[in-house]
Write a protein that binds this ligand. Structure first.
Ligand SMILES: Cc1cc2nc3c(=O)[nH]c(=O)nc-3n(C[C@H](O)[C@H](O)[C@H](O)COP(=O)(O)OP(=O)(O)OC[C@H]3O[C@@H](n4cnc5c(N)ncnc54)[C@H](O)[C@@H]3O)c2cc1C
Length: 501
């Protein structure tokens, strides 16, 4: 250890949680090192280049980017808010069996009116639903600014958070609505769990934030977000080592003293923050420190994974008046798809989420060309884990699945697409797992079930002194904003411990 470099803080993994924590700590003057196993920072939030196109690997939306919004505040605190231009997303179309909801200029904020117009007979239920959503949104905001008096008055101040903390979205939908269609329309956020498993509190928070602040797309692609955060980290004196995979977290006399990489390099530091899957974190610890984590991890329920198809086309999609985002659903039973996933199956016509980022930002593609990204939820074990390690079989399964999606897309949304393909490329749950270490390719870390929501998710401190965890397996939630907030909360806890606030 004599020659090992010393830092105040070592962060393992540069996903949104790791980047936010590292940037905030470096900004406060702590000597911070960020270790990332891949060639670029960002985890799931990266873009890659192909033939002059800039392609987002995963996400399509970011919330809280408006001035004063949660994500805006984090970016402002680290000095990155002026480096990204966020384009508001207005044009969204949700297509269901037998009806559709088409949002044009108003974006998400016009969702309630659109539903009122479509389902006047459900007005009473919808008013009650939206009022609950609003109330829960207010309570969550108030919780983030908690004071001693609010703590004393907890049962009164946070009545709805307490009342619904074990409630699924299905319970609320069944209580307030008669028709199946409105239930479908209210369960259409970019989430992967069926109403029976999804927490109502989580749904309400997501809806209240989207209704109030809207959703955005970062100009230049989602990779702009991680780049801007990494740049601000470097400006604050932080150090990034790419292609550096951590193998062990070093512990001496019961507390953290650094990290050892796969290449055998040692970095010393009294604080280590892990932004990796908890199963990977456990394996990095000496045996005697694993027990506590293992007990908890056994009960974790992961979010689903997905198949992603990246398509480049020379079709003039702008003239076809297509929206930026389309949700295409074929099954009326909201639980059916999930039942199939549990059996490792995918429906003949799976639910499909389509985004066309070049409609918002033409600079992502050469002139008169477009990018389409299609996301389909699939279970990790579909098609016998995608070929069971046989590369030929894997390519074949991927190609078959890609063709199925292209056919569906052409039939339902973009006529003539297959005659105008420039290229396409696919990612499976195995791709997601390989690039980020998210076990089973879990898109959102822990599933947002009533048992794994808010403070029921793992905290940022761990029983090992000096070891912290962030990212979408921890509090408060998943997503670009949720994971960034986890980093921000952990950074604050560390600064408080070090008496730097
Ligand atoms: C297909 C898809 C679509 C999504 N769409 C959206 C969306 O539209 N909006 C939204 O808000 N969210 C979306 N999400 C979710 C969101 O991207 C994630 O919840 C969030 O980015 C996770 O951040 P994280 O901090 O947990 O880190 P992760 O992104 O999980 O990154 C972990 C990092 O740790 C690194 N790492 C792992 N092991 C090691 C090691 N041993 N040593 C060093 N480094 C290591 C990995 O390489 C990776 O960079 C989507 C996710 C997916 C998969």
């Amino acid at each position: 250890m004599g020659n090992a470099k010393r830092y105040d803080v070592i962060v393992i993994g540069s996903g949104m949680g790791g980047l936010a924590a590292a940037s905030l700590l470096a900004k406060k003057g702590l000597k911070t090192l960020l270790l990332e196993k891949e060639k670029q920072v960002g985890g799931y939030v990266v873009s890659f280049k192909r033939k002059g196109f800039t392609i987002d690997a995963t996400g399509a939306f970011v919330g809280g980017c408006q001035e004063g919004g949660e994500f805006y505040q984090i970016l402002k605190e680290i000095g990155a808010h002026e480096e990204i231009e966020f384009i508001p997303i207005h044009h969204i179309r949700n297509i269901y069996p037998g009806f559709e909801v088409h949002l044009c200029d108003g974006g998400f904020s016009s969702y309630p009116e659109a539903l009122m117009a479509l389902f006047p007979e459900e007005e009473k239920g919808l008013t009650a639903y939206l009022s609950l959503v609003k109330q829960i949104g207010k309570e969550v905001k108030s919780y983030s600014e908690i004071t001693l008096i609010k703590k004393i008055l907890f049962p009164f101040t946070f009545r709805n958070l307490i009342r619904f903390h074990r409630t699924s979205h299905r319970e609320i939908l069944n209580r307030l609505f008669r028709g199946g269609e409105i239930k479908m329309a209210l369960h259409t956020l970019p989430i992967t769990d069926p109403p029976s498993r999804l927490s109502f509190l989580f749904t309400a928070i997501l809806i209240s934030k989207s209704l109030m602040g809207g959703v955005f797309y970062p100009k230049g692609g989602t990779g702009r977000i991680s780049k801007a955060m990494a740049d601000s980290f470097l400006r604050s004196g932080g150090e990034i080592h790419l292609q550096t995979e951590v193998d062990q977290i070093l512990i001496k006399d019961g507390r953290v003293e650094g990290a050892l990489t796969k290449e055998g390099e040692i970095f010393q530091g009294p604080v280590v923050i892990s932004d990796v899957n908890p199963n990977l974190l456990v394996k990095m610890l000496p045996f005697e420190f694993r027990k506590h984590f293992e007990k908890k991890i056994r009960h974790f329920e992961y979010s689903l994974s997905c198949f992603i198809l990246y398509i480049a086309t020379d079709l003039d999609l702008k003239s076809m008046n297509l929206p930026y985002f389309t949700y295409l659903r074929f099954l009326s039973d909201l639980e059916e798809e999930d039942r199939m996933f549990q059996r490792g199956e995918v429906p003949k016509n799976p639910t499909t989420m389509v985004s066309i980022p070049t409609l918002l930002d033409p600079s992502l593609a050469p002139s008169k060309r477009h990018l389409i990204k299609v996301l389909v939820n699939v279970p990790y074990h579909h098609q016998e884990a995608w070929g069971k390690g046989d590369p030929g079989k894997y390519s074949r399964i991927k190609e078959e699945f890609s063709q199925k999606i292209l056919q569906q897309l052409e039939g339902k949304l973009i006529p003539g697409l297959r005659n105008h393909l420039l290229f396409y490329e696919a990612a499976t749950p195995l791709t997601l797992e390989r690039y980020t270490g998210n076990e089973l390719g879990a898109m959102y870390g822990l599933a947002s079930t009533p048992q794994q929501v808010g403070n029921l998710r793992p905290p940022h401190h761990t029983p090992t002194p000096g070891l912290f965890q962030v990212g979408h397996y921890t509090r408060p939630s998943h997503g670009i904003v949720g994971a960034s907030l986890s980093g921000s909360f952990a950074a604050r806890a560390i600064l408080k411990k070090l008496h730097r606030v």
